[in-house]
Write a protein that binds this ligand. Structure first.
Ligand code: NCD
Ligand code: ZN
Length: 439
């Protein structure tokens, strides 16, 4: 689906007849979207010279934005590179991703941030907004040079994979971040000593499978601690991949109190539970662990009512040989960029647990806002950059390799999902057309 450049001056694409679902504008209607030189223009404008992309039967939405992605470059390019991760993202309908800092070396300097951004720009498949480490080397002791990373474009800082070991370092980070506009500190909530050795959620299934458990209190204790520090500092905190019903209650109270907190949930935590670990399939070994069906149901409700703001993939690629190790030796993580939208559509939207507009809001509009990514998340209006996804909400497919990701440790492997990304437009460029990556 190549569009004809008009003498290299102006490129026009007409996305025709799709159902435009645009939460930022409160819009849900059949409409055409005309794009010229990467920017949305009035659909009433002259259509001559536009290449027509048929969107009949498709949902047209602002491109998805992932707040939590592991791209592994630099350091573990055998698992994922910025380019392969961005291709997986584009195929999943994402126009922006936020790679986490737990690379080798850690993204705790402007140099590493620039490297990752440059690799993203070279791939040209979506925007890459690197997350900077809060502490040097993710060591939890000495604060990294947040200022130089802010200058390099960082908007979110996190020691993800590690939890800040004490309230003092969080206090310093939240206080320091307040000096900059729009900076957010994100926390992976896990009390280290309490969680240590835990292979899955601690409960009936961990006992019966003979695996060491990790209690939900390991998360809840840190959520409570961190929100107390938010109160103390007046800072702004984002809570990564919440997994427990108890955490939700703490966040609900904090929001009612007016604390500046946002939270995310992953597709795998709203679809699966500890009941799925019976086969010892290491693709279900994730951190935080899949908890009980009651926790999962609480997460679903919290996403619907806005207590949880956003869906984030926690795309965590791992090598086959690592994931094939014994359960207690296998690293935690599932890939997720290529399945996130379909997982949410199949397991939440289709059964009526989440309105489609709220799903798109939680996967695009809200994460864009949390990240300060002003060119993403809609509204789909004249003058806005054309970062868009068009998907077929009913198309069924089986999750199986090959993936665009270099890894294939998907918790969704072998399952049937409905919802297929057909086109992804990144700054007006059809980076995915007819379900295929164009570069
Ligand atoms: C993450 C990874 O692999 O980098 N794994 C995961 O299961 N989420 C790190 C982490 O956040 O624990
Ligand atoms: Zn994490």
């Amino acid at each position: 689906m190549k569009q004809e450049g008009r003498g290299g001056v102006s490129e026009r694409i007409l996305l025709k007849g799709g159902r435009v679902v645009d939460p930022a504008a409160g819009r849900d209607e059949i409409a055409d979207v005309l794009i010229e030189d990467g920017v949305i223009v009035s659909a009433d404008a002259s259509r001559s010279g536009a290449s027509v992309v048929d969107a009949d039967g498709l949902v047209v939405a602002p491109g998805l934005v992932d707040l939590h992605t592991h791209l592994r470059e630099p350091g573990r390019e055998d698992k994922e590179t910025v380019e392969t991760g961005c291709r997986a993202a584009a195929l999943g309908g994402f126009t922006a991703v936020s790679p986490m800092a737990n690379t080798e070396p850690v993204a705790d300097t402007a140099a590493v941030i620039h490297e990752v951004r440059d690799l993203g720009a070279r791939a040209g498949l979506c925007d890459v907004f690197p997350v900077g480490a809060i502490t040097r080397g993710l060591g939890g002791e000495e604060m990294a040079e947040l200022g130089e990373m802010v200058e390099a474009g960082v908007r979110m800082f996190s020691d993800d994979g590690r939890c800040l070991p004490n309230a003092r370092i969080l206090r310093n980070a939240l206080t320091y971040a307040k000096a900059f506009d729009g900076i957010v500190i994100a926390e992976h909530c896990e009390d280290g000593p309490l969680a240590e050795g835990g292979q899955m959620h601690e409960g009936y299934h961990s006992y019966s499978l003979g695996l060491a458990g990790q209690p939900r209190e390991a998360e809840e204790i840190v959520v409570a601690r961190d929100l107390a520090v938010v109160r103390l500092t007046g800072g702004r905190l984002h809570l990564c991949h919440l997994s427990s019903a108890g955490s939700i209650e703490i966040v609900r109270r904090a929001k009612a109190e007016g604390l500046r907190v946002t939270a995310e949930v992953t597709p795998h935590h709203v679809v699966f539970s500890d009941e799925d670990l019976g086969t010892y399939d290491t693709n279900f070994k994730v951190n935080p662990p899949l908890r009980t069906p009651e926790d999962r149901d609480a997460l679903r409700l919290a996403l619907a009512d806005g207590t949880i703001d956003a869906v984030a993939t926690d795309h965590a690629p791992h090598a086959v040989e690592d994931k094939e190790a014994e359960f207690d030796q296998s690293p935690p993580g599932t890939i997720g960029l290529e399945t996130a939208l379909a997982a949410v559509l199949t397991h939440l939207v289709e059964p009526g647990l989440l309105p489609l507009a709220r799903a798109i809001e939680a996967m695009s509009t809200v994460p864009a806002r949390i990240l300060g990514a002003a060119e993403h998340g809609g509204p789909i209006e004249p003058g806005r950059p054309a970062n868009l996804v068009a998907f077929d909400p009913g198309a069924a497919w089986v999750v199986e390799p090959p993936f665009a990701s270099k890894s294939r440790n998907s918790a969704f492997l072998g399952t049937t999902l409905r919802g297929r990304v057909i086109h992804t437009l990144y700054r007006g460029d059809l980076v995915v057309a007819d379900g295929k990556a164009q570069r």
